[in-house]
Ligand binder design. Structure first.
Ligand code: PRX
Length: 659
């Protein structure tokens, strides 16, 4: 951590906006002024300007029962109507909503009028399957237009989607279906990745078959044909999308729901073994998605082509593939596959082909492209690009500069956007056209957002110091809870800074360390809890440890996130085998077996880069594993201070064995 801080402190480069950019920029300094004058009035204006309400709200925020916020609570709207019908009614039905490109090179361009009809049909089909307001629908799909259509169809009915990333295992899908009591699962036979079809339907079959009490709440499985791979079929339960959706009527009236009607649950890793179902609702969430998408990316919907490379299985895909861009009537690109298939210049080829003007991606991808070399992007015409965004993990200044120079031709603003599954939308970011950019810093809270950095006792650290990042005031797209677990919601985010005697002075603990520089700009330093960030994806050390110890050969396991040049962090595990097993296999065999175990229990993204088979783990006298020391070993450093260990020799035993 101290190395990171040192290198950040030496970053002196500044990139003020060009006068050309500022001349036409969407965001203006008036945003900061208005929000500064009256924060709630500012949000009310945004909600009225950016969305269409069937019943206008009269109350902006109800914070009488913190941390349970209600935004625009007496207003009513339909989220899907706001993303679709109203654009068609405003005369923009012929505008392309989605340019979709499949990995094998097939493509579809879908206008707002067509997308609206597709969603109406899907909504009718889901209604015929018994889906009603409040029901939970699990979506386990590749990056195909049906993923967006399915999410919006669920939203249109006032039901709740729970999108599960297609790279998660059957076991992860099982626990998510079960936690939310999903009634319907929407999946595909398979999708394309790295030149091959990966199956999905089979994982749904095993997830449903392995529900803990032997019964399942899932009544139907709706299957999109994409991979053309063979699938098993359960008559009566399984239905093809093309059978039920294609024949459904293409008129569907969108019923307005209250602003606090739940929109989705999205599971994310926390500090325990069990992922948390983060709950988001409608009006506030959509307001902040639309507001941030418009101002942070300088969106001109008539001319821009926006591309957010995230999968809809993550929050970035929810807010900046589905809800933000569609609420704003933007044209966007969606790409199914991996960046290097069939060649390492695929992304740049797509930018040239579709004239992408705004690109939003993760530092991991940028660092991987830096490794493959600038000759690939340089083969293509990237001159359409005018804004670049980064999200998911700290972007090191070197990657920031490369992104701006090589992808952005040295002209484009780069916005580093800090936010989380829990925050729902962007919270801290430069605004292009206004902010003078600092490579490596997420910079300033957006107009309407208040953040601070506190020390352990809740004192403000002030400029020039580091501490814990908090959000000091409620915001429209804030999570409304953890599905089925209000206590965990309070404990995790709101208890640490609950200032006694003033119940409405609760602050949201983000779980990130941050530093304020001498200008008061925010530099995110990474997680302060047992959450790792691998390629911009959140993984919990505890979750991987429990996947490891659930294998019969494992006695004990400890997992750390070791820093990695490309992926930010990488999963490294230390495992003690059960005595008999230790003799029965070589360390290499055990390592291979356990890597497969993690991939099977959680998903390939969680597969450890290295598993060290050891005979001891470093513990304090109270039995807590000292991960700091294991991180030293994993990163090949001299082992740090061991004086608080119960057995001070234990690190010698470990390092001798690994030498
Ligand atoms: O540690 C922060 C990091 O990603 C975490 C949130 O992960 P997730 O909920 O999966 O959402 C990722 C996409 C919004 C944060 O707690 N993070 C996210 N954006 C940044 C970041 N770290 C540094 N800089 C960022 N711009």
């Amino acid at each position: 951590m101290s190395e990171t801080i040192d290198s950040l402190l030496h970053e002196e480069r500044r990139f003020p906006p060009s006068s050309d950019f500022t001349a036409t920029s969407v965001a203006t300094p008036a945003l900061y002024e208005d929000a500064g004058k009256d924060r709630l009035a500012f949000w009310a204006d945004q909600a009225r300007e950016l969305l269409e309400w069937s019943t206008p709200f009269t109350e902006t925020l109800d914070w009488n029962n913190p941390p349970f916020a209600r935004w625009f609570a007496d207003g009513r709207l339909n989220v899907a109507y706001n993303c679709l019908d109203r654009h068609v009614l405003a005369g923009n039905g012929d505008r392309v909503a989605i340019h979709w490109e499949g990995e094998p090179g097939d493509s579809r361009s879908i206008t707002y009028a067509e997308l609206t009809r597709e969603v109406m049909k899907a909504a009718n089909a889901l209604e015929a399957l018994g889906i009603r307001r409040g029901d939970r629908v699990a979506i386990y799909l590749p990056m195909i237009p049906e993923a967006v259509i399915a999410m919006l169809a669920v939203a249109r009915l006032g039901a709740i989607h729970s999108v599960v990333f297609g790279g998660f295992s059957a076991e992860s899908l099982r626990s998510r279906i079960e936690d939310a009591d999903a009634k319907l699962v929407i999946t595909a036979d398979g999708g394309w990745r790295k030149g091959k079809v990966f199956p999905l339907k089979n994982a749904v079959d095993s997830a449903i078959a392995s529900q803990t009490d032997g019964t399942s709440t899932v009544e139907h499985v709706l299957v999109v044909r994409r991979g053309e791979n063979d699938v098993d079929w359960t008559e009566g339960r399984d239905l093809w999308w093309h059978d039920v959706v294609d024949s459904a009527p293409d008129e569907h009236e969108a019923e307005p729901f209250e602003a606090e009607n739940p929109l989705f649950i999205l599971y994310t890793s926390g500090t325990t073994g069990k992922p948390k179902g983060i709950l988001h609702t409608s009006g506030g969430y959509l307001t902040q998605c639309a507001y941030t998408h418009k101002n942070v990316f300088d969106l001109h919907p008539e001319t821009d082509v926006f591309w957010c490379t995230a999968d809809v299985g993550w929050v970035t895909g929810h807010s900046y593939v589905v809800y933000g861009p569609l609420a704003n009537g933007a044209t966007q690109l969606i790409y199914e596959g991996t960046p290097d298939t069939p060649h390492p210049g695929r992304w740049w080829e797509l930018i040239e082909k579709y004239g992408v003007t705004i690109l939003y991606t993760a530092p991991t991808a940028i660092r991987a492209f830096m490794k493959t070399g600038r000759e690939y992007p340089q083969k293509f015409d990237l001159s359409s690009l005018r804004v670049l965004g980064s999200v998911g993990e700290p972007i090191n200044p070197e990657a920031w500069i490369w992104y701006r120079d090589i992808i952005g031709g040295g002209r484009t603003p780069v916005v580093d956007t800090w936010w989380q599954t829990e925050t729902g939308a962007i919270m801290v970011s430069a605004l292009p056209g206004i902010t003078s950019a600092k490579p490596g810093s997420a910079q300033v809270p957006l107009p309407g957002i208040s953040v601070d950095v506190l020390d352990e006792s809740g004192n403000r650290v002030g400029n020039g110091n580091g501490g814990l990042l908090v959000v000091t005031e409620p915001w429209p797209s804030m999570l409304r809870g953890i599905w089925g677990d209000p206590e965990r919601f309070i404990e995790t985010y709101w208890e640490k800074f609950d200032f006694e005697g003033s119940p409405n002075r609760r602050m949201y603990l983000a779980g990130d360390g941050a530093r304020l520089d001498s200008d008061g700009d925010v530099w995110i330093l990474g997680r302060v809890d047992d959450v790792m960030n691998v390629s911009g994806h959140r993984l919990s050390t505890m979750e991987i440890e429990s996947a490891l110890v659930s294998h019969p050969i494992v006695a004990e396991a400890a997992v750390v996130g070791a820093s990695d040049d490309t992926t930010g962090q990488a999963v490294v595990a230390f495992v003690i085998l059960r005595a008999k097993q230790a003799e029965a296999q070589t360390a290499a065999e055990a390592e291979a077996l356990l890597k497969a175990q993690v991939a099977e229990q959680i998903g390939a993204i969680a597969r450890p880069r290295r598993i060290f088979i050891v005979t001891e783990l470093p513990k304090t006298r109270s039995g807590k594993i000292m991960r700091r020391l294991l991180r030293d070993v994993a990163e090949g450093r001299e082992v740090g201070d061991t004086t608080t260990l119960a057995d001070t020799q234990v690190m010698n035993v470990i390092t001798d064995k690994l030498r």
